[in-house]
Design a protein around this ligand. Sequence first.
Ligand SMILES: *[C@@H]1O[C@H](CO)[C@@H](O)[C@H](O)[C@H]1NC(C)=O
Ligand SMILES: *[C@@H]1O[C@H](CO)[C@@H](O)[C@H](O)[C@H]1NC(C)=O
Ligand SMILES: *[C@@H]1O[C@H](CO)[C@@H](O)[C@H](O)[C@H]1NC(C)=O
Ligand SMILES: *[C@@H]1O[C@H](CO)[C@@H](O)[C@H](O)[C@H]1NC(C)=O
Ligand SMILES: *[C@@H]1O[C@H](CO)[C@@H](O)[C@H](O)[C@H]1NC(C)=O
Ligand SMILES: *[C@@H]1O[C@H](CO)[C@@H](O)[C@H](O)[C@H]1NC(C)=O
Ligand SMILES: *[C@@H]1O[C@H](CO)[C@@H](O)[C@H](O)[C@H]1NC(C)=O
Ligand SMILES: *[C@@H]1O[C@H](CO)[C@@H](O)[C@H](O)[C@H]1NC(C)=O
Ligand SMILES: *[C@@H]1O[C@H](CO)[C@@H](O)[C@H](O)[C@H]1NC(C)=O
Ligand SMILES: *[C@@H]1O[C@H](CO)[C@@H](O)[C@H](O)[C@H]1NC(C)=O
Ligand SMILES: *[C@@H]1O[C@H](CO)[C@@H](O)[C@H](O)[C@H]1NC(C)=O
Length: 409
Amino acid sequence: MLTQLTSLAILGSLVAAAPSPKVELINKRDSGTYANCRSFNADIYASTTQNIDLKSVIGAPPANQQVLNEASIQQFAAGSQVMQKINNATKIPVNGTYNLWFEYCEPKNGNATGIFQTHHGIVGNAGYWNFQLDNSPNNSFAESAAQAGWATLSYDRLGVGRSAKPDGTNVVQISYEIAQSVSIAQSLRSGNLSDIGKFNKIVGVGHSYGSNLLTGVASVSPKSFDATILTGFTNNATQGPLGLFSFQSTIASIAYPSRFSSDANDYVITPNVYVDQTGFYHYPNYTNASLYDFTDNKGEYTLGQQNTIAAPLQLKNNYTAPVFVVTGQYDAPYCAANCYATSSSSNSTSSSGNSTSTPSQLDTAKQLFPSSSNFKTYVVPDTAHGINYHTTAYSAYQQIIQFVKNANV
Ligand SMILES: *[C@@H]1O[C@H](CO)[C@@H](O)[C@H](O)[C@H]1NC(C)=O
Ligand SMILES: *[C@@H]1O[C@H](CO)[C@@H](O)[C@H](O)[C@H]1NC(C)=O
Ligand SMILES: *[C@@H]1O[C@H](CO)[C@@H](O)[C@H](O)[C@H]1NC(C)=O
Ligand SMILES: *[C@@H]1O[C@H](CO)[C@@H](O)[C@H](O)[C@H]1NC(C)=O
Ligand SMILES: *[C@@H]1O[C@H](CO)[C@@H](O)[C@H](O)[C@H]1NC(C)=O
Ligand SMILES: *[C@@H]1O[C@H](CO)[C@@H](O)[C@H](O)[C@H]1NC(C)=O
Ligand SMILES: *[C@@H]1O[C@H](CO)[C@@H](O)[C@H](O)[C@H]1NC(C)=O
Ligand SMILES: *[C@@H]1O[C@H](CO)[C@@H](O)[C@H](O)[C@H]1NC(C)=O
Ligand SMILES: *[C@@H]1O[C@H](CO)[C@@H](O)[C@H](O)[C@H]1NC(C)=O
Ligand SMILES: *[C@@H]1O[C@H](CO)[C@@H](O)[C@H](O)[C@H]1NC(C)=O
Ligand SMILES: *[C@@H]1O[C@H](CO)[C@@H](O)[C@H](O)[C@H]1NC(C)=O
């Protein structure tokens, strides 16, 4: 079973993440209902030996969209050995300093109890965590955190939006991004990230690819985060029709030339609003404005990220701190759109730590955190992968805040 899950996860690695607000809106916004926010850029040094020589398998960036389409078919074709070749690829060291774009939000009324360091998913950017819809704070994670007395640090991950865009095949991969996340958390603890001060309580929060990334941090640097919140996540991503293939990865500069004309051809994105609905939304539990805002502001991702997303799920960890998994009931890429369809009901109740909770695919994440002292799950009702864009977002945030409070982080 484990072996099967593992190989599934690799291709099934698909997955995704989510969106965000207007760039202009974020940059100009210095004040919400509960949070004061500001953006800044910072140079972040990181080093890993765990990237892979993906170019030796998929080659140089595709010459055009027809070349990329054929490569996608070959990767998912019956009998394809592409994923095994990727798993077999030689490891390469990557180190260096890249400029990243950050948004920091703090409570208006006083000092923060601690800070959430967020990690958005594929097709997302930092704005996923501070989504302002209809002049309401309710879809913004940063606002809910500030209301509860916590600060939030979000960033456009490497290769995305306003951050640096190096080699999208061999450099912008999840292992290097794991090292960057560790470096950012270290800077928060030592107080040398811009002018935002020093923090000794840091909770790592991820969505989708960002959650996979945090499972890697738990392995390589278990002291980085005092608790880990994984949203839009299970250890049972699908390789079926609702998985990665449904994202229809399209060269970003071709799909949206006005936004991504300077991106190399190994930077890709979902091609239209209906693909975004399939990957991220459950109808009708969102507003039309939410869906179109997602599509208008979504972020690009790289072939390096797409093909390494499952790598951290192979790592072992001794992470003992609290872990909370929060995933929408109809999450397409991580639950094949039905988190309650599960084959392991006998294991599930115990792994959720709550004998009365209904078993779900979220319980599979427990396998990744065997040493966690406090592992819990929450299925967000009537919600799909892009939790923060649904009308249920506010109640999901309250679950996260309550978990952190109860865990005495
Ligand atoms: C992966 O590596 C193993 C061991 O070197 C080798 O036997 C196998 O043929 C390789 N598979 C592919 C698809 O390259
Ligand atoms: C940094 O990466 C280069 C290859 O780009 C490698 O030769 C070197 O050993 C790496 N250094 C460290 C400290 O990992
Ligand atoms: C916030 O912390 C600073 C430094 O520790 C302190 O001077 C200030 O009084 C605190 N402000 C509030 C509102 O607690
Ligand atoms: C935000 O959610 C809270 C709690 O459900 C509710 O009381 C409030 O009316 C909502 N605000 C808006 C603007 O929708
Ligand atoms: C903060 O200081 C540490 C230790 O000197 C260093 O490793 C890190 O790169 C610094 N962070 C930033 C953002 O400059
Ligand atoms: C989802 O939308 C349906 C139809 O509007 C509504 O009846 C239901 O209460 C919503 N679910 C949640 C959890 O808000
Ligand atoms: C949703 O919003 C888009 C963009 O504003 C608009 O073109 C479309 O007609 C709207 N659709 C519905 C069903 O309201
Ligand atoms: C977990 O802890 C054991 C015992 O201290 C150690 O041997 C092992 O290397 C650790 N594993 C990881 C992934 O850190
Ligand atoms: C994993 O997902 C599949 C659907 O893609 C489902 O049939 C299976 O029961 C799930 N496995 C577990 C352990 O929940
Ligand atoms: C169920 O638990 C058993 C014993 O701990 C384990 O071997 C098996 O892999 C688990 N199955 C699933 C689907 O998690
Ligand atoms: C267990 O789950 C039930 C139903 O979801 C919930 O009401 C209860 O608070 C949970 N108990 C614990 C200890 O988490």
